[in-house]
Write a protein that binds this ligand. Structure first.
Ligand code: HPA
Length: 264
């Protein structure tokens, strides 16, 4: 069904898909000649409205390049199974999508970061206690044991640095720690994650990257720092703030994404 829908729109399979994180939804306004279909229709997924994701796949063009944009994702805190976590990304990989850009909203643990910054993910630490590849492996989709020595594509990271330079956008670089949520982290947890080498913390992204790497997709990860983490800031954390800062910074992220798509 997915392949049919994508081919009907483009006559070919786009090379790249983008997953939009919380507050970053309005990136879809950059799409030309776009059509949308709900995850409910495609994958029978219900959308958790409290997260602020619409649960739509958009098929459209940016500067004449065909592109698939996913507005919303599954999180382990929604109590999804590993199978459900795998299903969506594997569906795109198996129709021939080659590249995936994962974006997210997250908390900044590195004290040199500030809300509104964008961090290029260089590597991650999976502290969620979950791995989406647990369960029966379909060897047609990729190997049972997946190499994770360079999950975030080096060429893509260089490309995004060049785009940022051209657009005069300051980028941060660092390690993303995944936490299962949905409660935010404690001060002690943030202290521990910082000691482990983490720069930013969030509740998504890592499962998708693991699935994508199993399927040998090339990955770019961009984190929008929407708040400083617990204990780094004295403010209380709230999802409203996360969405608000996301909205304020989406133009910057959009410029980066558009510039990146021009180069790949
Ligand atoms: N922690 C975890 N997830 C988040 C945060 C945070 O501080 N901000 C946005 N998503």
């Amino acid at each position: 069904m997915l392949k049919k829908i994508v081919l009907k729109k483009f006559n070919r399979i786009p090379e790249t898909m983008i997953i939009l994180g919380s507050g970053i939804n309005s990136f879809v306004n950059n799409l030309n000649d776009s059509e949308s279909i709900s995850y409910k229709e495609l994958f029978n997924y219900d959308t958790d409205a409290s997260i602020g994701h619409s649960g739509l796949l958009h098929l459209g063009y940016i500067n004449k390049k065909s592109i698939l944009v996913l507005e919303g994702r599954k999180h382990y805190y929604e109590n999804v199974s590993d199978f459900d976590m795998r299903q969506m990304i594997q569906a795109f990989a198996s129709i021939g999508v080659k590249n995936i850009v994962v974006t997210n909203a997250c908390g900044g643990m590195n004290e040199s970061f500030k809300p509104g910054d964008i961090m290029v993910i260089e590597d991650h630490i999976n502290m969620s206690g979950r791995n989406p590849l647990v369960g029966l492996n379909n060897n047609d989709l990729g190997p049972r044991f997946v190499d994770m020595s360079e999950p975030y594509d080096l060429d893509f990271r260089e490309m995004i640095d060049k785009v940022a330079l051209k657009e005069n956008i300051e980028l941060q670089h660092g390690i993303y720690v995944s936490y299962i949520g949905p409660s935010y982290e404690t001060k002690a947890e943030i202290r521990a994650f910082r000691m482990l080498g983490g720069d930013a913390v969030g509740m998504s992204t890592v499962p998708e990257v693991i699935i994508a790497r199993q399927a040998n997709m090339r990955v770019l990860g961009l984190s929008l720092i929407t708040n400083m983490s617990t204990g780094i800031t004295k403010n209380l954390l709230s999802h409203e703030e996360v969405l608000e800062v996301g909205k304020l910074s989406v133009h910057k992220l959009s410029k980066l994404l558009i510039g990146f798509l021009e180069r790949i």
